[in-house]
Design a protein around this ligand. Structure first.
Ligand code: 5RP
Length: 245
């Protein structure tokens, strides 16, 4: 599939998700090429008077800049106490709607926003679907600069192959919080809860890209139209909502 066809599927999913945002809501804005389609659609409806009194909270400085440029009212870094709906992307999605995120480097802010959100809507094209996380994408792990060499060794002991993320000009990529990212190839991760717990327990690792049990809705743009899956937050059961195409 060409990049422009894939982008069309990302846009399809993002535009569909925006219908769940209502006037007066506090909205989380995800980061990445899929989530940015939602930002433009929210701004279009807001400008047209169809989404009055909304406030947006951006998951990255990049998305805050884009949202401001299209006239969305933004909440400052202190953030809201709760967020009604967030629309965000993902790098890999498993059948339980667990995710790998952080390809855009915004995993820490994205997880903070997801945890404050009542309805976390993930928008992807069909290429992101996977039977086991780690198969398609490396796991981003955000570390503070101090002692990062030791984190590399720690990640290796967990079975990962950490590579320090490099940005423009060949210098290390720096997150919005001034940290570094190790992209770790793990291969298929058989026990995502166990790996997440190991990573959480390590000082100096501030966040990892495993988003477990946080997705309420998954919207998939496919060549046949939209698939909409919903996860019951209590039972973890997944239902598919039929969508007219
Ligand atoms: C940023 C993310 C993105 O949501 C993820 O990388 C997907 O990006 P894209 O929509 O461009 O494929 O987690 O940190």
């Amino acid at each position: 599939m060409s990049a422009s066809d894939q982008n069309a599927l990302k846009r399809l999913a993002a535009i569909y998700a925006v219908q769940f945002i209502k006037p007066g809501m506090t909205v989380g804005l995800g980061t990445g090429s899929t989530a940015v389609h939602a930002v433009h659609e929210i701004a279009r409806l807001h400008t047209a008077g169809q989404l009055p009194n909304i406030q947006a909270f951006a998951t990255s400085s990049e998305i805050a800049r884009i949202a401001a440029s299209v006239g969305l009212p933004l909440i400052n870094a202190e953030g809201p106490q709760t967020i009604d709906v967030t629309i965000d992307g993902a790098d890999e999605v498993d059948p339980q709607l667990n995710l790998i995120k952080g390809g855009g480097g915004a995993l820490l802010h994205e997880k903070i926003v997801a945890q404050a959100t009542q309805r976390e809507i993930i928008v992807v094209d069909a290429s992101k679907m996977s039977s086991c996380l780690g198969t398609l994408h490396q796991l981003p792990v955000e570390v503070i600069p101090f002692g990062r060499g030791g984190q590399r060794t720690f990640l290796e002991t967990l079975g990962g192959k950490p590579i320090l993320r490099v940005g423009a000009g060949g210098i290390p990529f720096v997150t919005d919080e001034g940290n570094y990212i190790y992209d770790c190839a793990f291969g298929p991760i058989r026990d995502v809860e166990e790996l997440a717990a190991e990573l959480r327990s390590r000082s100096g690792i501030v966040e990892n890209g495993l988003f477990l049990g946080m997705t309420h809705d998954l919207i998939i743009g496919t060549v046949n139209g939209i698939r909409h899956l919903q996860r019951n937050p209590i039972t973890g059961g997944i239902t598919e909502i039929s969508v007219e195409v």
